[in-house]
Design a protein around this ligand. Structure first.
Ligand code: ZN
Length: 358
């Protein structure tokens, strides 16, 4: 795959690593060989055979990558009601801007269409991608959200069949999941921000949470966010839902505001949820943060600090000193992620050179 081609694909957010990119399939089905690590993960000969059948089937999965021109072909083979079923999925792009239905989302949606959500959750043990090359990263944040919801993700295997040499690469999807409970609890001095700045940003995130739109979103999931950029400016946003279920994510929103002012380099993002609970940050929003943090990496700046603010329960002390913080980075919170800076570094350099505030 050429650098340009990879870059185009990455720009559309359509492939990386186990989410394979591929050319149009040839006429002959390849013979597949598991890599050594994959053999250890897939000891069951029947499961191996199902994976190989899925890879053969994925070669002909229909796709419509009208913008990136790259195909993400996915398949799984399940047992349902005593019958083996092969189900396909593929990416399709659909707007004048880079928007896409991704391969694994398409696939799981088709499994649910075929057997219903409960059976889909029970029956899908792997998702297989057929691609020219494997390795380098996991699913995008949005696909992680979808797979966490629709599969037994703790046991789910992600398979990539590499067409160039017919090797089969397998990893556990669980490696791409990091619960907020695992974000380290840190003293306020260890957040990397001066105390007064930290208090100000936490308060800004808490106040932002009073806004937004939450007609369909539960109070537990409604978040407020504040971002501090390297220019010293603070931006705020809250989650916003709508009847079409096209949720506007708060981290994405706050970064878009900063970018609108050509303020591309972010020091810290604080996330506030309901009092007494750890804020839960969707993987899609982690993807937005990761992409922005990759701008920092291009400039030799530290990664964005991702700080969760835990307010005490309502009725207890509301003093700033009683807040608890969990601090990590988007790199830690979204393992195996990809960004435009990974795939098209020169283009990102040029973009930041031309656009970023001076
Ligand atoms: Zn995706």
């Amino acid at each position: 795959m050429t650098r340009v081609a990879t870059a185009l694909l990455a720009a559309a957010g359509l492939c990386s690593g186990s989410v394979a990119c591929s050319r149009a399939p040839g006429p002959l089905a390849p013979r597949w060989t598991l890599t050594k690590p994959a053999e250890e993960l897939v000891a069951d000969p029947e499961l191996r055979a199902r994976i190989f059948r899925a890879l053969d089937a994925a070669r002909s999965a229909g796709t419509d990558p009208s913008i990136s021109k790259f195909h993400v072909r996915a398949a799984t083979v399940i047992q349902h009601a005593g019958v083996e079923r092969t189900i396909l999925g593929g990416n399709s792009e659909y707007a004048r801007v880079p928007e896409a239905i991704h391969g694994e989302t398409s696939l799981m949606n088709h499994v649910i269409n075929a057997v219903g959500p409960d059976a889909a959750r029970r029956a899908v043990s792997f998702i297989a991608f057929y691609g020219e090359q494997c390795g380098g990263g996991g699913s995008c944040g949005d696909c992680r959200d979808y797979l966490i919801t629709t599969t037994r993700w703790e046991e789910l295997l992600i398979v990539c069949g590499q067409a160039s040499d017919h090797t089969v690469h397998v990893e556990r999807f669980a490696r791409s999941v990091v619960s907020e409970d695992r974000f380290p609890v840190v003293a306020s001095e260890a957040t990397g921000l001066p105390a007064a700045r930290l208090d100000h940003l936490a308060q800004a995130a808490i106040e932002a949470r009073a806004g937004g739109v939450s007609l369909f979103t539960s109070a537990e999931e409604h978040l407020g966010v504040a971002a501090l950029t390297t220019t010293g400016k603070v931006y705020r946003a809250a989650g916003a839902d709508d009847a079409a279920f096209h949720y506007r994510y708060p981290v994405g929103a706050v970064l878009q505001q900063a970018a609108t002012y050509r303020d591309y380099f972010v020091q810290a993002i604080l996330v506030a949820g309901p009092p007494g609970r750890i804020p839960r940050l969707c993987y899609r929003d982690r993807q937005y943060g990761y992409e922005s943090s990759s701008f920092n990496r291009k400039r030799g700046l530290p990664p964005i600090r991702l700080i969760l603010v835990e307010e005490p329960e309502a009725g207890s002390s509301s003093a700033a000193s009683s807040r608890r913080y969990r601090a990590t980075t988007f790199e830690e919170a979204l393992p195996g992620a990809f960004s435009a800076a990974d795939f098209m570094p020169e283009a990102v350099d040029r973009f930041l050179e031309q656009r970023a505030q001076r």
